[in-house]
Write a protein that binds this ligand. Structure first.
Ligand code: AMP
Length: 405
């Protein structure tokens, strides 16, 4: 099935055209800094994926997508000549709230419920909804599916998803923990089960999505029972620019001391904290590792803090589950940084997670899932390479195929 995947962010658009049968990407697009005068969109077609960069200054995310569709129908390099050749559209949606427990076909009812989710991810969901509406007008006969970052975590029990706040905040505003990166955690868990040669329902897994954003999930018998991200993707681990867990009283303290507004605090916690905030140089782990190797103290501290917080989360979920068979590492840092993995598991050997240095040092290649623990490590350690757009395409194909039956 030829699926157009649309991954709309607050100021970015990622899109791919994917043939799900051969798991082949036919087109890849990335637009960044959308909404500013520096916005650029790169589009590349198979087989060479030579990027052509377009100026998309001051366009909205949905307008960038509209432009991409024009390019796809006009460019002689494009694998399609008309939009009718696209069989389904898969949209990534950050927040599905309590309305969506799995991927959903976007009909009138689902579209109305998407509106209700907008306030849960005010930076991301509206951009995705605008793309959906534009596509519904332009391609009314093409089925659209919404794939949610939160859906995998709807199996969390109340003791994990409730905050110890007055009950009325949950009842009135649905303030609870929703988690994120759900498609990634689900995929990592399934791939690890395949690799371990055991059914997912028999396993206890701790999946670690460590990228620019990061979260860790306890996956018990195939179900998410707890995850580090919460009401928003700000909770949990230290991330590229997000603080993760801090004492909430710090917010009001800084606001009083420096007269900061709500929006300024939002910006500090989401954009200026985490690895960037501590290292003072970059949010990118590669840069920070380089700086640490040159003896930069702040970079070293950022890495120590990052590692320590990941270790504590893994330890916490070891305690949350009845058994732990494997820890699964995925996303930019989890897949590619042997150095970070070594630092993380150096502190976890006493829990039975014993890394094999040689296996760990083999640098990852796309599609190279593998076990990196020693043979008799009581808890296995796996690396799973992730491809978010491919997973969305496959979920879209599954749902649309079921509906056709
Ligand atoms: P993602 O959000 O999954 O694309 O991950 C981005 C993060 O992965 C950035 O912090 C990158 O610096 C980090 N990353 C990617 N490759 C490596 C690597 N070889 N070593 C360390 N960090 C890496």
């Amino acid at each position: 099935m030829l699926v157009l995947v649309v991954n709309a962010g607050s100021s970015s658009l990622k899109s791919q055209l994917i043939e799900t049968e051969g798991k082949d990407a036919r087109m890849k697009c990335l637009a960044e800094k959308v909404g500013t005068d520096q916005a650029r969109m790169s589009v590349a077609f198979a087989p060479d994926f030579q990027k052509v960069v377009y100026n998309v200054a001051d366009l909205s995310v949905a307008q960038c997508l509209r432009k991409l569709l024009d390019i796809m129908t006009d460019d002689p390099e494009s694998p399609i000549s008309g939009l009718g050749q696209i069989e389904a559209i898969g949209n990534r949606i950050v927040a599905g709230g309590e309305y969506f427990t799995k991927a959903a076909l976007i009909d009138e009812e689902a579209r109305a419920n998407l509106d209700k989710c907008e306030e849960l991810a005010p930076l991301h969901n509206p951009a995705a909804d605008a793309c959906i509406d534009m596509l519904r007008k332009l391609m009314p006969n093409t089925p659209q599916v919404a794939v949610f970052d939160t859906a995998f975590h709807t199996t969390m029990p109340p003791k994990a998803y409730m905050y110890p706040l007055p009950m009325r905040y949950y009842e009135d505003y649905h303030i609870r923990r929703y988690g994120a990166h759900g498609t990634s955690h689900r995929y990592a868990a399934q791939q690890a089960a395949n690799w371990l040669g055991r059914p997912l329902r028999d396993l206890g897994l701790i999946t670690c999505h460590l990228g620019n954003g990061g979260s860790i999930t306890a996956v018990n018998h195939g179900k998410s029972i707890d995850t580090t991200m919460g009401f928003t993707p700000l909770e949990g681990l230290m991330m590229g620019t997000r603080s993760g867990n801090i004492d909430p009283a710090i917010l009001t303290y800084i606001m009083r001391r420096e007269g900061k507004t709500f929006d300024e605090m939002d910006e500090i916690l989401n954009k200026e904290s985490g690895i960037l905030g501590i290292s003072g140089t970059s949010s990118d782990m590669r840069d920070v590792l380089d700086a640490a190797a040159r003896g930069d103290e702040h970079a070293n501290l950022a890495i120590d803090m990052y590692v320590y917080r990941v270790q504590k989360a893994i330890g916490g979920y070891y305690a949350a589950m009845t058994r732990t068979d494997a820890v699964v590492m995925t996303a930019g840092i989890g897949e590619n940084s042997a150095d970070l993995r070594e630092r993380i598991f150096a502190g976890l050997a006493h829990m039975g997670m014993i890394l094999d240095k040689e296996r760990n040092d083999v640098t990852g290649q796309i599609g190279m899932n593998r076990i990196i623990s020693i043979d008799d490590s009581p808890i296995k350690i796996c690396v799973v390479t992730t491809d978010e757009e491919m997973r969305i395409a496959r979920e879209t194909d599954n749902l649309v195929s079921q509906l056709r039956e």
